[in-house]
Structures are given as C-alpha cells and as structure tokens.
Design a protein around this ligand. Sequence first.
Ligand SMILES: [Zn+2]
Length: 261
Amino acid sequence: MPELPDVETVARMLRRTVAGRRITGVRVLTPPTVRSPHPRRFIRQLTGHTVRHVDRRGKYLLIRLSRPLTLVVHLRMTGDFEVVPHAAPVHPHTRVILQFGRRDLRFIDQRRFGHMDLVPSEAESGLVGHLGVEPLDPSFTMKRWKALLDGRRGSIKSVLLRQDLIAGIGNIYADEILWQARVHPARSVHWLRPAEVARLHLIIRGVLRRAIASLSRYGRPIGRFLEVRGEPDAPCPRCGRPIITARVAGRTTYFCSTCQR
Ligand SMILES: [Zn+2]
C-alpha cells in the first residue's frame, strides 16, 4: 500500500516523464476511478492541456495543469502509473490513459480503490486541505512536533497514522519508525520521555528520506525492519528475538517487545 515514499517516487517519475508535456488524448476505461467531474467532462477538460508541475501532499499526487486545473490522484491500495509507448498493449487493470503524443501515461489499479478528481486549482484544498504537516518539509520542526503531541492522548502509533496531524505515514512506515526509535507502538503519547520525542522527530525524517532514496535507486525500500516485517516468526534484526504481531490503533502492527519499550 503506497505511503509517502512510494507516492513521492511516483511524483518524481511523473516530473521526469510528463511535466512540460501536452495531453493529446484521454481514455477512461473504468469510469468509477474518475470521481469528479463526469468522465465525459474529465476528458474534455484535460485534453489539450500541458502538465505544468507534479507535487505531492501526504499520499496524494497533485498533477498541476496549465489551465489552472489540478488532477488530484490517490493511489490507495494498488494504484500506480506507468509510462509506455502509445502502441503498447493495454494491461487489463488499466483504468485511465492520458496520452502524450507517442507516449501514454497509464493509471493501473488492480483493486480499483484508487481515484482521481480534476478540480480548479483554487478548489484543491477541498481534497487535501485536511492534511497535517509534511514530515519532510522544513516546517516540520522539533517545536512543531512537540506541539503536535502536546496534551494528546492515545498511542504513538495512532498519532503517526493520523493524516490530519502528520501527512503521508501509513501502517508500514509507522512500524519501521517505531522500531528504529525503540518505542513500543502502544505507548501513550502522554508518557513519552523528551529524549524519545526528540528521537522520533529525527527518525521520522530519516526513515522517510532513506526510503525515497532506496526506492529511486533500487526500486524497493531498504529498511532493516521493513525487510522482515510481516514474515511469520522472523527474528528482530537488532536483538534476534521473534517479532510480535498485535492489533494497535486498529491496524496489524509488528514490533519487537524486547527492543521497543
Ligand atoms: Zn529486538
């Protein structure tokens, strides 16, 4: 399931391949993927316009067009983009095709939970305005992180997953961050020690940055915990004890009960 590093990697790929290029044709193969406007209008509004820039906000992709319109895309569980020659055979899970001359940008989505909205750029906030701070933005300072945790109840894992507090972290990276920081996922935010709060701030940024770097270099994230997370009875890469699975913040959570306190 794509999280901030995966979506950022897609945004970078789109910047390299379609930014500055004109959309010469649009096909909607699975109409429900386009939430708004109506697919006919979606096709009419997109055709002939140039991709100005591609941004990311949390787990959303913002494809900014010359008009000014923004195509807001959420990959959800299995959504992905591929750039292929226009003549290439169409994969059965292809939902939407944006044609750029002799190349296509194709939205592939096996589970069909991914969606797109084409909105006037000034209306973008209706879709992404609820999102909290970007963890890789300079505005995510230690002071901001402390303020975000201040007076809050609930587990640290639930806070990391709250998109309206901090945008882009999902179940997998929350587990990686907490393992790296040696903090138990069910620990109440209220009882975190100042050293742990500081460590988490550093590690949130470090984990996400390294994941983006390894995704662009190797096509997969490299994380010590990430590589064993989800494997039954896998040993903790730090202490060798078996990794525990439990339900925390309503999600299947992997952690080491020896290293994470
Ligand atoms: Zn351990």
